[in-house]
Design a protein. Structure first.
Length: 472
């Protein structure tokens, strides 16, 4: 019989109640993630099918990440200075309001007017949906802090794996249903479904009680109730190598910007919108597999090393899963890639949850999200115009086909494959270099030194801490 990995054994009643609360918050966040991803992906599919513009889809994806980047520092401060359950309720209510306004714009404007890329209405409609999706990220920051509040230190990597599994479920459900919804129902009914799911999520949150949140919400003495970016930077600098961890985590987002701009156009050239949604949904089971693997086995003694080795593997996959225009290669490559994504996210969260005081974790998570998500839109904004104006037209000329055929085979999407190949190899090189840096070794030591005395395994003693200072 397999041992349960979702909860530690022998919990006393208060600890068991805390874990049940965490379970409710986890499931509710899953519904919220599913809803916002569902509508955002549907928007991307709908725009590409109606306009066939790689530039438009790239700008939508890049704009989403840019919104997340600009707002995350504020989100983190808001999380630190308010009860976590209240943050989740506010976030969900704002998402509901944004989706309702987007629905009104959609139903009031003629389709021709709304789809005119040169007019402001299209970009207004897109911005409202993206704003509703972005504000939902405030609950993800709050959820990361609840792991610190409710889960014992030695089980936090496993809990973060469960968070990754929830994100995987969101990917599967949204990729399948977004494609089917746009293809069979249309964009209007898709908005209606998103409104209904958001309402359900908000009603569930209103029925929850979270007594532990009262203690966690109290700020530390001397901490100002403001964004306090300077104070967050001080905390990040106090833990040696923590800023480097945030930089390392951006490696994943750099190639993520390429996928954001080009993955859907590549898939939609090979499949119908309904089939592409199903293919990506099946491939996204990799996200669940990866998250469950972390929930079962953790991240090892040094999550930093695990993260960088995983990034190397992700770069190799990104470089090779489009070397031929074969749908099986593409689908299997996406599945393997998504198996690895939860490890990167969980490694960063696990380190921060141990080395940063709880009262500042929201701001540090927000700062990290702002820094990391800035990489993806920059890449998307650069790659999408280059692909549409230069690489794709060149790859379809006789000279371009002849140059790419020996390396990437033949097909209409070989230009996109070339971009994937180059970006994946750059990601591998960056991670290998990071493994050799002094800051990597420094943060690894900081993480081990911060371990609670009763959390160390007998066969893995913690490093002595001569003269260690607190991060508070």
């Amino acid at each position: 019989m397999t041992e349960r990995t979702d909860l530690p054994e022998g919990l006393d009643p208060p600890a068991a109640a805390a874990m049940r609360t965490f379970g409710h918050l986890l499931v509710n966040t899953a519904v919220a993630n599913i809803t916002t991803n569902y509508l955002w992906w549907a928007l991307t599919f709908w725009v590409y099918l109606e306009t066939r513009s790689v530039l438009a889809t790239g700008l939508i994806g890049g704009g989403y990440m840019l919104f997340v980047s600009f707002s995350s520092v504020f989100f983190g401060a808001f999380v630190d200075h308010h009860r976590k359950l209240a943050v989740m309720r506010v976030s969900t209510a704002l998402t509901l309001l944004a989706f309702a306004v987007a629905g009104a714009v959609f139903w009031l404007l003629p389709r021709v007017t709304l789809l005119d890329l040169g007019a402001p209405w299209f970009w207004l409609f897109t911005a409202i949906i993206l704003a509703g999706a972005v504000v939902e990220h405030m609950r993800n920051i709050a959820l990361s802090t609840t792991v610190t509040i409710l889960v014992p230190d030695e089980r936090r990597a496993n809990a973060n794996g469960l968070v990754g599994t929830v994100q995987g479920v969101a990917f599967i459900v949204t990729s399948v249903f977004s494609g089917l919804s746009v293809g069979l129902l249309g964009m209007g009914w898709t908005i209606v479904v998103a409104l209904a799911l958001t309402t359900v999520s908000l009603l569930h949150l209103l029925g929850l009680r979270y007594p532990e949140d009262r203690v966690a919400a109290a700020p530390a003495e001397g901490v100002r109730a403001s964004i306090d970016l300077r104070g967050s930077i001080v905390v990040i600098r106090a833990a040696r190598g923590l800023f480097a961890l945030i930089v390392f985590s951006t490696f994943n987002n750099l190639i993520g910007g390429v996928y954001m701009a080009l993955m859907d156009p590549y898939g939609l050239e090979m499949f119908s919108v309904e089939a592409w949604g199903l293919v990506f949904g099946v491939a996204a089971t990799g996200f669940i597999v990866g998250g469950l693997a972390i929930a079962r086995f953790g991240l090892g003694r040094n999550p930093m090393r695990t993260m960088l080795l995983v990034i190397v593997a992700m770069g190799l996959l990104g470089a090779t899963f489009t070397i031929r225009e074969w749908w099986v290669l593409y689908a299997v490559g996406i599945w393997l890639y998504l198996c690895l994504v939860p490890a990167v996210e969980a490694a960063e969260q696990t380190v921060i949850q141990r080395v940063v005081p709880l009262e500042r974790q929201g701001r540090v998570f927000g700062f990290a999200m702002a820094f990391e998500t800035a990489a993806a839109p920059l890449t998307a904004f650069v790659v999408a115009p280059i692909a549409e104006v230069w690489i794709l037209p060149w790859s379809r000329t006789e000279a371009g086909r002849a140059a790419l055929a020996p390396w990437l085979g033949e097909g209409e999407t070989r230009g996109i494959a070339l971009i994937f190949l180059v970006s994946g190899l750059l990601m591998v090189a960056a991670a290998l270099i990071a493994l050799r840096t002094p800051v990597y070794r420094s943060l690894s030591r900081t993480y081990l030194r911060a371990a609670p005395a009763d959390a160390a395994d007998d066969d893995e003693p913690t490093v002595p801490v001569p003269g260690q200072t607190t991060l508070r």
